[in-house]
Design a protein around this ligand. Sequence first.
Ligand code: PHE
Length: 343
Amino acid sequence: MSVYDEVQALLSEVRSFETQSEEELEQFRRKFLGSKNIIKPLFSEMKNIPPEKRREFGMLLNTLKREAEQKYNALRAALISQQQQRREHLDWSLPPLPMGGGSMHPITIVLQEVIDIFKSIGFEVAEDREIEDDWHNFTAMNTPEDHPARDMQDTFYTVHNPHWLLRTHTSSVQARVMERQKPPIRIIAPGRVYRNETISARSHCQFHQVEGLYIAENVSMADLKQTLWYFARRMYGPDVQIRFRPSYFPFTEPSAEMDVYWGLETEADYRITKGTGWLEILGCGMVDPAVLDNCGIDPDRYTGFAFGMGIERQAMLKYKIDDIRLFFENDLRFLRQFSPVIH
Ligand code: PHE
């Protein structure tokens, strides 16, 4: 290869050289620009070049030198700015990016409020299965198969075994606790329940309940009323008005429903309270002796009261939500309006 070709080859090497590595760039620098660089000795070749070609050869050498310098400077600048960017990425003093915090579901908030109130007066939380057998959901609760009250709580049965169903109330938990525990029993049973209802703004096929049960010697209707009145004052404020209306449940005798006074000022009040100003929030009564008997508790010795309330209804009142379906759709625009999770 002639010296001329050698210089041409070096020039194209310089032109095509690319790197992102500091080491390779340093090798490049040493080869073309260092104290023992490859270009320097080529200048002394000048004397061997025919005089008419010398000028051209000299210019070529200068181009090589200049382009090597330019390439080096450009690559070096690119490397430095890349390193700076990387360092900026690792700036630990920067404030964190805002993170989307979660929020408590309104049902969770109200459920917890109810649980806290009853816990503060000595009730313990009891939980059990959502897929229940017929006995604990209905029969033990004094609602045998041919009982017309089963229509009140038409439910979902499993396809393969109609003996198993989605519980219609957490009274099933009460039955299970009574079977395994001796009185005194003082529990609340919060949880999800299911009913075969047409879904509308007012009712859903799934909802949440808190049921309560107190069994001991000499428990009376007065204890029931006092307990629920205490609950209402804690939940709805000290000036709340309540009333009890006679009602019917197969598992309690006598039975009642409790209303709280909501007011009758606006058109919405009329709609929500069906024109009475009163809102039904729970069912209750003295546990029927047959239920105690079914669950192995001596009805001659013990008496008890029970109550059951829906949580959705109370959350709707508290937050002025007019459609029960919103609770189950998990639309973030709805959920974000409630209090953030406290870490
Ligand atoms: N289990 C009833 C229901 O789901 C509520 C209730 C519980 C009523 C306890 C009376 C006593 O509707």
